[in-house]
Structures are given as C-alpha cells and as structure tokens.
Ligand binder design. Structure first.
Ligand code: M6R
Length: 613
C-alpha cells in the first residue's frame, strides 16, 4: 500500500529514485512523485498514472541533486490525481514528505492547522504531516526534533521519508505499522518500503522496528527510539538472488511465479526433512523447538487475510485430520474486532506473505497480549510478523512481486502440512509408519506440481473458450472448498470476471438460482470418497445450462457425463492434493486476465502489501 524510497549519496538522485520506485510499483501505481534537493530549494515532480508518466516527465525536465525521496501511491484519502500524489510539502515548500500508511486522526489535525491559517492543497491525510512537521520546526529550529514531535501527534500508521532544505545532507525516516528499511551503501544510503528496491545497490539493510527513526546521511546512518535515544543494531545481510526479483523472460511476474512453484516448494520442504538415505523420516523446523507448543495446545486459531486466509481455511482440514486438534479460522480484520476468546492453551497461527499486513499484525499482537503462543508463517525475513511472533516458519518462496499470490499460497500450504504432520506425530495421533508414509507423499508434491505445469495447454485452451463468461463459480467439498475460495479470488482479482466459491453442498440452498447458460462452474474434486456427491452437483448445474469443468485426480471417469472438460492432475495423498489442484486454476486466472487485455501483475484497485486497514 504505497511504496516509499529515498536516496542520499553522490549520484544524481532522480534516476536512482525512479529505479528504486520501479521495484515497488507492486505496492501501488495510481500516481507517483519525487522531491529532490536542488541547490537551496526542493523541487517536486509528481503525476497521476503509472510510474512511467513520471519517468517521462523527469527525463524531459531533469532535476539535478543528490538527495531525494520518492513515492508510488495506492490511494486511500483523496482520488488518484497530480495534486494528491506524494511528495507533499509545507506551505513554503521547504519540507517535503513521502508517506505510506494512514493518519487516522488527520481530520482533527487538519482542522487545527487550518485554524492557524494553513491552506491545504490536497485531500490526503499525508499533507497534515508536512504542515505538522513545519509547525514544530518553526518552534524548535531542528528538523529531527520537529519530526519526532510531529510523530507523537499522529494516530495510525506511517513509514515516512522527510527532507528539509535547511538540512541538505540527510533524510529523516520513521516507521510505525508500515514497513521501512534503510539500505547501506558505500558513500550512499537509501530508504525503502521493501528490500527489492535497494538490492541493485546494496545487500546490507537495517529493518526499522516499530516507532524507530533513522537519520540517513551519505556516509552513515543514526538510529533512534521515538524519544530520541540512540540505538545500535546490526545490519541484516540479504542473500536473495537478484534475478528472483526480475521477470526472467516471462511475460509477467504472475506467470513466472506460477512456474517457480516446484522450486519454491522444494526450497520450503527440503531443509525441513530429516532423511535416512533418501527416505524422509522426520521434520525439523530450522532448529526451532515446537515441543512446548505441541504438548499444551488445546486449540489452534488461524488468522490471516486474502489468499493467506484461504491457506488457513485449507489448513483447518489438515490439522484436524492429522493432529486431531480443533481449529478455528478467521479473517484477521474480523478477528481483531470481535473480542475473540483466546487462552494460553491456544496456538495462534498467523499467515502472511509480506509479514506486514496491518490486520494480520493486529491479530498477532492481540493474540500475544492474551497469552497465546503465536506462530507466524511468512515469506519475508525481517518482516514485522517474523520479529513479533514467538515462532516463525518461513516459506522459502523468494520474492513474490505479482500482486496475485501464487507461490506464496502453495508454500504456505506446504509449511502448514509440515507443521500439522509434526504436531500429529508429536501428539501420537499418527503412528511412525503413517508419519513416514505421509512424509514420502509430501516429498512428491513438488514433482507433481512440475508435471501439471509441463502440460498447461489444456488450461490455456479452456481459458480461450471461457474468458467471456459472465459468471464463474467454483465448488468443492472439504479441503476442495478452501481451494475453491482461493480459485475464485485469483480469477476475480486479475481477470475482473465475477467469480464466487461455494461449498458444493450449499449450491441448492440458494446459489443455484444464479446458474444460466452464461455461467461456468468449476468443480474441484480431489477427495475420491466424495466424487459421486460432487458429480451430482455438476449434473445439477449442467442440466441448467452451465458450462462445466472438473479438476480432479486419479480416475475421473465418473465425471464423463457431467463435465464438459476434465483436467486430471497427478494423484496425490488427499490433504496434499490441494497444493497440486490449485495450479490449473492459477493458470486459468492468468490466461483469462491476459485474454481480457489486463495486466495480471497490476490488477486495478489492488496493491501487493496491505499495510493499512
Ligand atoms: O502479505 P499477506 O499474505 O499478509 O497478504 C494478505 C493478502 O492481502 C494477500 O494474500 C492477497 O489477498 C493476495 N495478494 C491476493 O492474491
């Protein structure tokens, strides 16, 4: 939700800012802007539209200067427009600010500032911060003090970059509830919302913690608490491959990330398998000890948002099946407000690709306050979730750039399967031979995903025949109903086709009224014992004119009469089949998006990281 960057060094700041912003466009892309210190004034350039509009503008009219800040926006307050684009400045233009987050009390602050005669230019909440910093600067004559005092007045979330014309050698940065890193170069330093922005320049970063401030100069960086006390912390060395943040020959990041799944799954699984010869016999989690958690747990609560929530819904079936522990699953935005009943016998699992989703972090904090043990499953080392949870399990998926989650989802499922199996074995709800058999099946999953990806032409053809349907419904039973939820989300977010998911048995309780000849119904069927049941549901919709597709495994002949098309994925142990059967629907969503002329990497109205409520 908005990306911010900053540069202090001896290069021209403008190309560096544009370049680093390009790596953050996934966070927002309705407008973009930069502010660069040019001799004794700050020059601001900003424009509605994608970053390339700004890029063209600054190529034509170059701004000289080697300190600057930049922003790519996902609008919250005020429509996407040139005026509402960041950076925002104080009235005289001597202080410029970029912000990611939401100032919840901005209306009150704005009123107070307007009462002092300040005229606002934009409808944004951020402009309040620029005027507030100015207010304290006039009192203190010290920009660091002014930012510090202004932050104390803000309610809500922020990652901030501030420059002031009277301090032409530094950027002041701060964060609360929105991510911010400081990149440490040689004779140059950076700020950014996310690591990929600075990877081309440096691999040494500081992750700013809650309410920390940084004063970033070209040759050093000072870190402070919110009260101005100095902090010393070790930089973190990022060892990702740069290529993993590039498209590598694929038309889109989404397609590349779909194809990266076998590797991502192997990277997530293999380091956790204990082998005897080639045979997996146990699971270890990065030397992290879960035994106390497994022994005492009476209930598991899983909470997350969007795709990560769907991984949680699927996990409910996996934990209950193997570990026989009751599971409650809730979307984090609901969980945090419904006064949930949590005890110290609960294990709360929060799932978040970014580890920065505001609602998920709020749920994490709530669970910790209530005394529960919190396990975070996240893809981002150093993310807030990874630092605040009691235990962390990383999905080693590599950076996920496309807004639509694909490899994050399947690797989240992989981690959840591992955790469920380890818990089951520790609690004696599965025997040693069962455990080893299940581990062997799980170990085969990456290869099965690879097999599905080898022949995706059937999905492509099916998409070309169905991308104009006005409604697409996904149905499934048990864990397949969780896959249906994820399938419907994937399709709607990138193709903008109306899609919904229903537990198949619920169809006749209402949704079947929607079925007509312009409807596609996709049945996900990996649970053999329920093939007959789902076949009846498919018959019911086919007889009412719907086009039908079954994604099944093994012998799918039962669907010959009810499905126009059957996509058969390699046979996989019941619970793990959810990782394999999701691949064709991810591809279907991707192809429908492209056929409709959309950019699947940048779906309208969405952003990758939802760091605001
Ligand atoms: O970073 P998170 O996993 O916490 O993000 C949660 C959701 O915003 C995310 O899963 C979103 O629904 C997907 N990008 C959609 O594909």
């Amino acid at each position: 939700m908005c990306g911010i960057v900053g540069y202090v060094g001896c290069k021209e700041a403008t190309p560096v800012l544009i370049n680093t912003l390009k790596k953050l466009e996934y966070r927002g892309y309705d407008s973009a802007g930069i502010a660069v210190m040019n001799d004794d004034e700050i020059l601001v350039r900003k424009a509605k539209g994608a970053l390339k509009v700004l890029e063209e503008m600054v190529v034509k009219e170059v701004i000289k200067g080697s300190i600057g800040i930049g922003h790519t926006r996902w609008a919250t307050h005020g429509e996407p427009s040139d005026i509402n684009a960041h950076p925002h400045t104080n009235v005289s233009g001597s202080i410029a600010i970029v912000h990611n987050g939401i100032v919840e009390n901005y209306a009150k602050l704005k009123e107070q500032l307007q009462a002092q005669g300040i005229v606002f230019k934009s409808q944004t909440d951020t402009e309040v911060i620029a005027h507030l910093v100015n207010f304290f600067y006039e009192q203190t004559n010290d920009i660091f003090e002014a930012v510090k005092l202004a932050l104390k007045k803000l309610e809500g979330s922020y990652a901030l970059g501030v420059i002031c014309k009277d301090y032409p050698d530094r950027i002041i940065a701060a964060r609360k509830d929105s991510p911010l890193i400081v990149g440490l170069g040689k004779g140059e330093n950076f700020i950014a919302s996310d690591v990929p922005a600075v990877l081309e320049y440096t691999r040494e970063v500081y992750f700013l913690d809650q309410k920390e401030l940084a004063v970033v100069y070209s040759d050093h960086v000072d870190l402070f608490t919110e009260d101005g006390e100095k902090i010393i912390k070790e930089p973190f060395h990022v060892d990702w491959d740069m290529a993993s943040a590039e498209k590598g020959g694929y038309a889109h990041f989404m397609l590349k990330e779909i194809y990266e799944q076998p590797k991502a799954l192997r990277d997530t699984l293999h380091p956790r398998l204990v082998l005897e010869g080639n045979k997996p016999v146990d699971i270890k989690f990065d030397e992290m000890d879960f035994s106390s958690i497994f022994k005492n747990v009476e209930r598991i609560i899983i909470t997350a948002c969007g795709t990560a929530y769907h991984a949680g819904v699927a996990a409910r079936y996996i934990f209950e099946e193997f570990a026989r522990v009751p599971v409650v699953v809730d979307v984090a935005s609901e969980f945090r407000y419904r006064n949930p009943i949590i005890s110290n016998k609960d294990v709360v699992i929060i799932i978040s690709q970014s580890g920065e989703t505001a609602d998920t972090l709020a749920a994490l904090r709530l669970a910790k306050e209530a005394g529960a043990q919190v396990v975070a499953i996240t893809n981002c080392v150093g993310s807030t979730a990874s630092r605040e949870a009691d235990k962390v399990i990383y999905t080693w998926a590599g950076p996920e750039i496309a807004v639509a989650s694909t490899k994050a989802y399947t690797t989240q499922l992989m981690c959840l399967c591992l955790l469920a199996l380890k818990m089951a074995y520790s609690r004696n709800t599965i025997s040693k031979p069962e455990y080893e058999k299940l581990l062997s099946s799980l170990n085969e999953v990456p290869e099965k995903v690879e097999q599905v990806l080898k022949d995706q032409s059937i999905v492509q053809k099916f998409a070309s025949q169905n991308f104009n349907k006005s409604k697409v419904f996904y149905i499934g039973r048990l864990i397949d109903s969780a896959s249906s939820l994820e399938s419907a989300l994937k399709l709607k977010e990138v193709s903008y086709m109306h899609s919904e998911a229903f537990a198949a048995g619920e169809l006749k309780h209402g949704p079947i009224a929607l079925i007509d000849t312009d409807t596609l119904v996709v049945g996900i069927a990996t649970q053999k014992a329920l093939y007959e049941k789902i076949n009846s549901n498919m018959e019911e919709v086919k007889s009412r004119g719907a086009a039908t597709l079954i994604i099944g495994q093994g012998d799918t002949s039962v669907f010959n009469g009810s499905a126009d098309t059957v996509i058969t994925v390699p046979e996989t142990e019941g619970m793990f089949a959810a990782i394999v059967s999701i691949i064709p629907v991810q591809l279907f969503a991707y192809y429908c998006s492209v056929l409709k002329g959309n950019n699947p990497d940048k779906p309208r109205n969405l952003a990758k990281s939802v760091t605001v409520e």
